[in-house]
Write a protein that binds this ligand. Structure first.
Ligand code: HEC
Ligand code: HEC
Length: 290
């Protein structure tokens, strides 16, 4: 490379001296002014931020910055302020009887929003984010209730839970007809077909006919003569299309062989009274309620 600059003939601009493929050359154009100015501004801006905010790590800590604040401090402050702002509403929920919350729009709205957040923290692990449920964990969006769908029923379910150690928990369990030898395999098969017939599903009519008597003798006490269920005992309606454990022949047979008894913890001692009220109102609003 000589010290004399080579000038490109077409543009009249000096080249950098880099050459590719024998004759492809690079023009030595300056950076655009606007670009350089923005670049310098960002450098100055970063220095200002270093001075104002926490920036440089030190051995045991970091430079605090002239403002002496961090994003975390301001979030903590905002959370505290939001709690403070909610206090009158939470107090109103605590003071209002459960049945009345639904008749006061501003309380209802607050309870549903707060209940949704509490549900995410406490219930969604079992019932699902959208309360849609899973096998053995009921869907809380439909208007089909094991233990009753009035807001009081739902409240009671949450406070005491189901089939746990709480003295007032909701109790009852379906017997293990197969495992405990309470019924012969043939009787179990017949009653399974009878259950399918109740639900209006394809079934063996002769088997269902034999199963009717077994059902009346063994099952009707809990599930009702017509199989419509009983919310006092948490016994599901067997005539609808909603199944907690599955409505095909294999699942129904398994229900009869092994018995069923889902467990839900009691929340009475884990959550505050007003939180449980909000949850009950929220779940009631989800399910269409009764
Ligand atoms: C450890 C799992 C678990 C957690 C956590 C849980 N549940 Fe449940 N929940 C169940 C099961 C299982 C059932 C069904 C019990 C049965 O088969 O009778 C149930 C039933 C219910 C029912 C009765 C549904 C009906 O059809 O009558 C309601 C209401 C309910 N849960 C609400 C909640 C709320 C609200 C929370 C959070 C505060 C919650 N659950 C947390 C497992 C759980
Ligand atoms: C002592 C009361 C009781 C008796 C007797 C009883 N059941 Fe049940 N059954 C229940 C309860 C309670 C459940 C729900 C358990 C749960 O929620 O985990 C249930 C659940 C079921 C289910 C599952 C429903 C679903 O949605 O998946 C079927 C099927 C069923 N029973 C059939 C029968 C048949 C058939 C008989 C008679 C042979 C019978 N039950 C006798 C209480 C009873």
């Amino acid at each position: 490379m000589g010290d004399k600059k080579h000038i490109d003939e077409i543009t009249g601009v000096a080249t950098t001296g880099h050459v590719w493929d024998g004759d492809l050359q690079e023009l030595d154009k300056p950076l655009p002014k606007w670009w350089l100015q923005v670049f310098y501004v960002t450098i100055v801006w970063s220095v200002v931020l270093w001075l104002l905010y926490p920036a440089w790590p030190l051995v045991q800590s970091y430079t605090v910055g002239w403002l002496g604040t961090t994003a975390r401090v301001s979030v903590t402050r905002q959370v505290a302020a939001a709690r403070e702002a909610q206090r009158p509403m939470t107090a109103a929920i605590a003071a209002t009887p459960l049945a009345e919350i639904g008749t006061r729009p501003e309380l209802l709205q607050f309870a549903v929003t707060g209940g949704a957040a509490l549900f995410g923290d406490n219930c969604s692990g079992c019932h699902g984010r959208g309360a849609q449920g899973f096998k053995g964990y009921p869907n809380l969006n439909d208007d089909d209730w094991l233990w009753g769908g009035a807001v009081d029923d739902i409240h009671r379910t949450i406070v005491h839970g189901i089939r746990n150690e709480h003295p007032e928990t909701r109790l009852s369990a379906m017997p293990r007809y197969g495992l405990d030898g309470l019924m012969q395999p043939a009787e179990i098969a017949d009653s399974a077909h009878y259950v399918l017939s109740l639900a209006g599903k394809p079934h063996d009519a002769a088997a269902a006919g034999r199963g009717a008597a077994t059902f009346a003798a063994q099952c009707a006490a809990c599930h009702g003569e017509a199989g419509k269920g009983n919310v006092e005992l948490g016994a599901p309606n067997l005539t609808d299309a909603i199944w907690l454990y599955g409505g095909d022949l294999a699942s129904v047979t398994e229900s009869i062989v092994t018995g069923r008894g889902g467990v839900m913890p009691a929340f009475g001692e884990r959550l505050k009274a007003e939180e449980i009220k909000m949850l009950a109102v929220y779940v009631h609003a989800l399910g269409g309620g009764r």
